[in-house]
Each structure stands twice: as structure tokens, then as C-alpha cells.
Design a protein around this ligand. Structure first.
Ligand SMILES: Nc1ncnc2c1ncn2[C@@H]1O[C@H](COP(=O)(O)OP(=O)(O)OP(=O)(O)O)[C@@H](O)[C@H]1O
Ligand SMILES: [Mg+2]
Length: 354
């Protein structure tokens, strides 16, 4: 992804923890993941079907990072490999970044198996992962916890869309996808005809209901979080810039823009301290509302009046070196390896294994 802007960042708890001289817990860390070459696209698949899966290089970078913390890494791979090896698996903990294979519970597949076998793992459990991949379910929880999120409705049958009284513009997305799958400039609809067309396309292409949300015109941010419960810490807020603009208006983060150089992460964000604080507070509230663990990322859109709306929570955000955690590490002047090891330490601490 595009370039980031780098500035000095004041010392935070994360940095203090990284700097702390502790006797290191050396562990055998299993690594579960899904890589693009393991998934052969079928003719019936949409072009972005394997978008969530990692590039093999990312797995090597994470492996090296874990080893730099003094641990030994056992590469496991996807859920099928895990099932094959589970009875003979000799690991202390698993670092799970597997996206899973099918359905709205796919991200929960690996965590549930590990939980069943009593193997500790880094990151959210199956319940939080299933809940957040399904954006409709996640929004219901956010709303009940008083976390602002765009108003929405769901379309399961495009033929039955009424649309009268709808407050356009709206955005039409697949209900249970990530990595901007199914999101293009056509997703923003301004009338009933386009709403029906786009909902019909989402339902047919992704074989799931369409989530229709109020479109928030304004700016966009993503907030990486590390830690647990009241000790969870929001890292510096990252702003999304498209075509050199941070005032995005009607522009949005689409699948095709990810693969172009029009999209850029800006850190530090060009915002007031008051807005930065508001965004961090709302991110932590969302993170804890769905009981994320160890690490996560909260995507937020801010309207013209400065009101934040949580679009989604990613308990399994990309750890690719082109993504947000790397951008923030550079800005905080800490290494990618220390971020990865801080995440592992959060999990070890949670299990009383540190
Ligand atoms: N209600 C909304 N108002 C404005 N823009 C939106 C809205 N919902 C989604 N978007 C735009 O579409 C992008 C992708 O949406 P969203 O984060 O819900 O999908 P995703 O596929 O889970 O994303 P990710 O790529 O972060 O995994 C957002 O980053 C944002 O630019
Ligand atoms: Mg998102």
C-alpha cells in the first residue's frame, strides 16, 4: 500500500512494556495461517475470493519476528493441516492468523479447535471472530453497548426491497466479508433502482444477504489496538487518504484501490487532539464490546460534523508489513518485531504463562 508520513511519537505503555527488562518466556509457538497459493479459485468464485488470505512472504516475516523474541516457531498452516496434526502437536501456544475456509464462522474454525484441545492461542476466540465477521450481528452488539455505528438494514431478497423513505446515499456491502470484498464505487447508491441492482449483485455473487448502511460522507480512520480489557491500548490513529485527499467526501476504501497507489495511510492523522482522543475512546469501547483479545483494529468513519461511526472491528487484522501495524510501528519508532512480540506477550500474560 501507499506511503505513510512519519513523525516522532511520545512514549506510551506499549513502548514502555517493550523496553522493560523481563526474564523472557521462551515458548514453542505454532503458527496457523491461510496463504493465497493454498486456495485455487473456482470458476464460480468472485475475483476477490482469496483476498483475505496472506501472501507467503508475510508468514515468513511473522515467523522471523516471533523467533526474534527468543521463541521457536512451528508452522502449521490452515485448519485442515491443524486437524491432521492436532493430536501430535507439541506447542505451548498458537499464533493464529488463519482466516478459515468457509461460511460466516470461518475465522472461528481454528480457535474453536484449539479451545477444544486446550491449546492456548494468541488473539480473539471463536465467538468474537464469528460475531465480528458478521457485520449485522456485530452492529447489533455495538448498538446495544452505545457504540456509534451507521444505521442499517439487511436485504435478503432484492425483489422485495421497498426503498421508499430510505435516506440516500447508502452503501451496499456483503454481510459477512472482509478485505473490502464486494466494495467498489458502485456500492454507493443514490436511488432505489441502484440499491436494488447492487443488493441483487451482492446476494448473487457472495451468496449471502446484503448489508445496507447510511453512507458517512467525511473522513476515515483506522485504530490499531493491543492488549486486553482495561489494559487495552489504542495505538496512534491512522488516517486514510485517497488520491492525496484526507477529506474523502464520497470516496471509499475499495478492493481495487487497495491494489492501486491511490490509497495511502497517513500517520500521524491530520486531526485535532480532541478528535484523536474521541477516536481512540470509541475504538477501545468497540474492541471491548466484542471482547477482542491481544490485538485488533477498528475502522471508523467521521462525518462532516465530527461524529465518529464504527464501520467494523477486525479482531484478525492484517499483520502484513504493508499494513497499518507497520505504519504505526514506524511512526512510534519501534520495530515490527517488537509489535509482534508485544502481541504474543499479551496472550502469554492472559494465560498466566509469562
Ligand atoms: N457506512 C459507510 N459509510 C462510508 N463509507 C463506508 C461505509 N461502510 C463502508 N465504507 C467504506 O468501505 C470500506 C470497506 O468497508 P468495511 O470496512 O465495512 O469492509 P471490509 O471488507 O470489512 O473492510 P476491510 O478491508 O477493512 O477488511 C471502508 O473502509 C469505507 O471506506
Ligand atoms: Mg474495514
Amino acid at each position: 500500500m501507499g506511503k505513510s508520513l512519519l513523525f516522532l511519537y511520545p512514549r506510551t505503555r506499549i513502548m514502555a512494556n517493550i523496553g522493560a527488562k523481563k526474564k523472557k518466556a521462551r515458548k514453542i509457538v505454532g503458527l496457523t495461517y491461510d496463504i493465497k497459493p493454498d486456495y485455487i479459485l473456482k470458476d464460480s468464485d468472485p475475483e476477490d475470493a482469496n483476498a483475505e488470505f496472506d501472501h507467503p512472504d508475510t508468514i515468513e516475516v511473522i515467523k522471523d519476528a516471533i523467533e526474534s523474541g527468543g521463541h521457536k516457531v512451528v508452522k502449521i498452516g490452515n485448519v485442515r493441516n491443524l486437524l491432521r496434526r492436532i493430536k501430535k502437536l507439541d506447542v505451548d501456544i498458537v499464533f493464529n492468523i488463519a482466516e478459515g475456509l468457509s461460511g460466516r464462522n470461518r475465522e472461528s474454525e481454528v480457535p474453536v479447535i484449539l479451545e477444544m484441545e486446550g491449546i492456548p492461542f494468541v488473539g480473539a476466540d471463536g465467538l468474537s471472530l464469528g460475531l465480528t465477521l458478521d457485520k449485522v450481528m456485530a452492529k447489533k452488539v455495538l448498538m446495544s453497548e452505545g457504540v456509534p455505528t451507521p444505521s442499517f438494514f439487511q436485504v435478503s431478497d432484492a425483489g422485495k426491497v421497498d426503498g421508499t423513505g430510505a435516506d440516500f446515499p447508502l452503501i451496499v456491502k456483503p454481510r459477512q466479508e472482509g478485505s473490502s470484498k464486494g466494495i467498489s464505487d458502485k456500492s454507493i447508491v443514490k436511488n432505489r433502482k441502484d440499491l436494488i441492482r447492487q443488493a441483487e449483485w451482492v446476494i448473487r455473487t457472495y451468496k449471502q444477504p446484503a448489508l445496507v448502511e447510511s453512507f458517512i460522507t467525511g473522513s476515515e480512520f483506522t485504530v490499531p489496538v493491543i492488549g486486553n480489557g482495561k489494559d487495552a491500548e489504542a495505538l496512534p490513529v491512522v488516517q486514510i487518504s485517497i488520491n492525496g485527499k484526507t477529506n474523502l467526501g464520497d470516496l471509499c476504501y475499495t478492493f481495487s484501490r487497495i491494489h492501486s497507489n491511490t490509497l495511502c495511510y497517513v500517520c500521524p492523522s491530520r486531526i485535532t487532539r480532541a478528535l484523536e482522543k474521541k477516536l481512540k475512546d470509541v475504538a477501545l469501547k468497540a474492541y471491548n464490546a466484542v471482547e477482542c483479545r491481544d490485538f485488533g483494529r477498528v475502522d471508523i468513519r467521521v462525518d462532516k460534523r465530527g461524529n465518529p461511526y464504527v464501520l467494523e472491528i477486525n479482531p484478525l487484522p492484517s499483520l502484513s508489513t504493508e499494513d497499518v501495524f507497520m505504519v504505526v510501528a514506524r511512526y512510534m519508532k519501534i520495530s515490527y518485531n517488537s509489535i509482534i512480540n508485544r502481541i504474543i506477550d499479551c496472550a502469554l500474560e492472559r494465560y498466566g504463562m509469562l
